[in-house]
Design a protein around this ligand. Structure first.
Ligand code: MG
Ligand code: MG
Length: 272
């Protein structure tokens, strides 16, 4: 959950730009930090699994929020989002036309809805971050294809994660899959480094061009998170200060993994 700077364009200079004060500071994690992130990610995965089993018509997003809080805290961890810049809940719950940052409430899920759940876990001082969009009962073919394409975009992006590639290669992979499917790509919200803080550098846009931006190096830990709309990619923020919806009211999906760059490729810490 992070917004691109300024007018929706990412504000950090590319790797070939002159050094500027306040440019990206990328924390590469030690083996010990990565071990802690693996343990936190395991708690996150178990939480998402429990949430998935609880999803059915009639369940409210507040019910899911309580379940997540219990799952995370019973494991000795903390929900990263609770209180983050004042966010009032443990997880983000974003149904149907909500893209990201939905606030849990007493609205009940209905058959045919889709629901995006975004979970952050703080464990042993390190954050991991993952999101998934689930069907509620039977969903129509368009919604099912939206979920499949967004998950595929995430997987194609992860496949580009190896030393020597660049952040722009990740975004280009997402953009290629989403554009080929004819769906709307959300550009105003981006992925991010994650670990010592919930949101670290670099920002990770879901678009290219390839071969640009920061080089991927072992020890970097990245939250890669395509957000894809059935209609156009344009967004609108609600006046609760958090909820982001599709401007045209179409459905939106969000899939996110925390990925570590390794010496010879990558490791998906939040693999389900
Ligand atoms: Mg994130
Ligand atoms: Mg997230």
């Amino acid at each position: 959950m992070t917004r691109a700077g300024g007018t929706g364009r990412v504000v950090y200079p590319g790797p070939h730009a002159s050094p500027v004060v306040g440019g990206p500071v990328i924390y590469r994690k030690s083996p010990r930090e990565l071990e802690a992130m693996r343990r936190g990610a395991a708690i996150l995965v178990r939480t998402l699994d429990r949430l998935e089993r609880a999803i059915r018509p009639g369940v409210t997003t507040s019910d899911l929020d309580r379940l997540a809080y219990d799952a995370i805290t019973e494991a000795g961890a903390s929900p990263s989002f609770k209180g983050y810049r004042g966010f009032p809940a443990s997880i983000c719950t974003s149904p149907n036309e909500v893209i990201v940052h939905g606030i849990p409430d007493e609205t009940a899920l209905k058959e045919g809805d889709i629901i995006s759940l975004d979970v952050g876990v703080l464990y042993e001082g390190l954050h991991t971050d993952s999101a998934w969009t689930f069907p509620v009962g039977d969903i129509d073919d368009d919604a099912a294809r939206l979920l499949a394409v967004t998950e595929q975009a995430l997987e194609e992006a992860i496949a580009r994660c190896e030393p020597g590639n660049r952040v722009g290669d990740i975004g280009a992979a997402v953009e290629h899959v989403v554009t080929a499917a004819g769906f709307g790509l959300v550009r105003e919200y981006v992925g991010h480094g994650v670990g010592r803080r919930l949101h670290e550098d670099p920002q990770i846009p879901n678009y290219g061009p390839p071969g640009r931006r920061e080089a991927l190096r072992p020890g970097m830990t990245l939250a890669i998170e395509p957000m894809v709309n059935l209609g156009a990619g344009a967004t609108r923020a609600l006046d609760d200060g958090w909820t982001v919806v599709t401007a045209d009211g179409s459905l939106s999906a969000h899939f996110e993994h925390t990925v570590a760059i390794t010496e010879d490729g990558h490791e998906v810490l939040t693999r389900r």
